[in-house]
Write a protein that binds this ligand. Structure first.
Ligand SMILES: Cc1cc2nc3c(=O)[nH]c(=O)nc-3n(C[C@H](O)[C@H](O)[C@H](O)COP(=O)(O)OP(=O)(O)OC[C@H]3O[C@@H](n4cnc5c(N)ncnc54)[C@H](O)[C@@H]3O)c2cc1C
Length: 507
């Protein structure tokens, strides 16, 4: 018998940001037997925060920017596939979701997720080297630090000065709960230039515990049910099918992987399941629906020779911009010194030259996409639906105009040799800009919401406030899928917070 076969107290599917944090914490109880299953390999994923892993250790999905069949573009959709999940391949921007995000989750029928309820778990997960006080953690597993101003390169100084001209205040701590707008250093989860994934932060200290077994290269096909109670999973390891029993199954396979497993298991819209020939176990139309993602538009340029210092960090500074109602709406991010990175769609334009880019990403998208299956055993089809809501296009246009005034203004223009693709005429003309934004919009690799939490009976609701799948026993979801909407920040810390919070209920 394979060492993972048999019966476990907890089987967690997916060793990513949320799953590894959950498994690490649950295994602190020596009386518990936790099995963590991961489709990808174990061991350190190469690369630093300055080199997000865009292929290899990755599912290498290809997503539709809009909907399948609308003749739109496709885009490489990176999702980590390794112990550590997307936290092992990402850019290590360690930004918390914002107070307004969680208060909105609470207002939409999930009162236990208000900001004051989740803040203790953001505190618990981190060891912030720079900022002290009750809103920050000092000894959690995830190290967080920011570059000091004297380590900023010339472009970062120019960008911060341009942000001041845009009326954005200096923000020394973008993770301060009161920071709704401002520009400042990016907090990053790194140590000695290495990205610290959840594999390192949560699993490395737990590896020796008898209470935890990590099984890599083990791909879960579906959840097994006895009536409406989950009793285990069916998986494949080294080409061999396995059936693994559990008192409780937790899906932490991410906002693409989790809905795919639920659908294969018969949990989803009954009509779609019937068409695929999958026997329905629970009719939950929200499974795979409601995908939200941060749409992003980038301006690319070649820096003047003196504008880039050898070896400088790719992510140094970022600006958060609030909308007219005071709620944060856009991130403007400078990406310094992009050299070897194979940025989708840009390799042919850059031809190996070191470039920089400025991104406007929309933090509160109204557009929604979905994840579905085209065949019962096929890969998930990802339809991002980016900028399908015209209000998102308008707000991205405002973001591009801010970037343009920064890059063409007094502080950055002298540091820029040339800009690609965009012109003054395009940026000034509403119709041209609208078309350009629609044409160049791309995802941030931040999917969320495909098994959303909410009260039973709401069309999008798949799990309750305690993340238990509605109508079924022994099955919960703990990953970015359960977020009712993507938070107004990159998602890693918020996903880790979910793992911490779910573990706290079992203590
Ligand atoms: C290239 C890239 C850059 C990013 N940059 C940042 C950043 O700088 N900062 C930030 O905050 N966020 C960033 N993100 C987003 C962030 O990392 C993710 O949103 C977050 O890690 C999601 O956590 P999760 O737990 O929901 O899923 P994941 O961390 O993706 O974990 C899901 C895990 O489940 C496994 N899995 C899936 N299906 C199965 C199956 N059938 N059987 C077994 N295992 C399975 C996967 O292999 C994976 O390990 C980035 C993402 C990418 C891809």
């Amino acid at each position: 018998m394979d060492t993972v076969e048999g019966h476990w107290d907890e089987v967690i599917v997916g060793a990513g940001s949320a799953g590894a944090a959950l498994a690490g914490r649950l295994s602190e109880d020596p009386a518990r037997r936790v099995l963590l299953l991961e489709a990808g390999p174990d061991g350190r994923v190469p690369g630093s925060p300055d080199n997000p892993v865009l292929s290899g250790a990755n599912w290498d999905h290809s997503a539709h920017i809009g909907r399948e069949g609308d003749a739109g573009r496709r885009y490489p959709y990176a999702v980590g596939r390794a112990v550590g999940g997307s936290s092992a391949v990402n850019g290590a921007l360690a930004l918390r979701g914002l107070a307004s995000d969680f208060d909105a989750w609470a207002a939409s029928g999930n009162p236990d997720w208000s900001w004051d309820r989740v803040l203790p778990y953001f505190v618990r997960l981190e060891a912030d080297a720079d900022v002290k006080g009750p809103a920050h953690g000092a000894d959690g597993p995830v190290p967080v630090r920011r570059l000091s101003e004297d380590a900023f390169g010339p472009l970062s100084h120019g960008f911060l000065a341009a942000c001041r001209d845009l009326g954005l205040p200096a923000a020394a701590d973008l993770n301060d709960p009161g920071c709704t707008a401002g520009a400042g250093p990016i907090p990053r989860n790194e140590a000695d230039g290495r990205r610290v994934s959840t594999a390192e932060a949560y699993l490395a200290p737990a590896r020796g515990r008898a209470s935890l077994t990590v099984a890599a290269d083990c791909r879960v096909h579906r959840v097994l049910f006895d009536g409406s109670t989950a009793v285990g999973v069916e998986a494949v390891r080294d080409g061999r099918p396995l059936r693994i029993g559990a008192d409780r199954v937790t899906l932490s396979a991410g906002a693409v992987g989790t809905p795919a497993i639920l659908l294969r298991s018969g949990v989803g819209p009954a009509g779609d399941l019937g068409r695929l020939g999958i026997r329905p176990v629970a009719d939950l139309p929200g499974v795979g629906a409601n995908l939200s993602e941060h749409p992003l538009v980038a301006l690319w340029g070649l820096p003047a020779p003196e504008a880039v210092r050898p070896g400088e960090a790719m992510h140094q500074v970022l600006a958060r911009v609030a909308g007219p109602d005071g709620v944060p709406e856009l991130n403007l991010t400078l990406v310094n010194a992009v050299g070897g990175l194979d940025v989708p769609g840009m390799a042919g334009v850059l031809r190996g030259r070191t470039a920089f880019s400025l991104h406007a990403s929309l933090l509160t998208p109204r557009s929604r996409g979905r994840v579905r299956l085209a065949a019962p055993d096929g890969p998930p089809v990802i339809e991002l639906g980016l900028a399908s809501d015209p209000r998102d296009v308008e707000r991205l246009m405002a973001g591009v105009r801010m970037l343009w005034s920064a890059v063409a203004g007094a502080h950055l223009a002298p540091l820029t040799e040339r800009l690609f693709l965009w012109t003054e005429r395009t940026v000034r003309d509403d119709d041209l800009l609208r078309r350009a934004v629609t044409r160049f919009v791309c995802p941030s690799w931040h999917p969320a919401g495909t098994a959303a939490m909410g009260p039973a009976g709401r069309p999008e609701a798949v799990v309750d406030e305690r993340l238990r799948v509605h109508g079924l026993g022994g099955l919960r979801v703990v990953d970015a899928s359960v977020m009712p909407v993507v938070p107004a920040a990159p998602v890693n810390l918020s996903a880790i917070m979910l793992g911490e919070r779910a573990a706290s209920w079992s203590r």
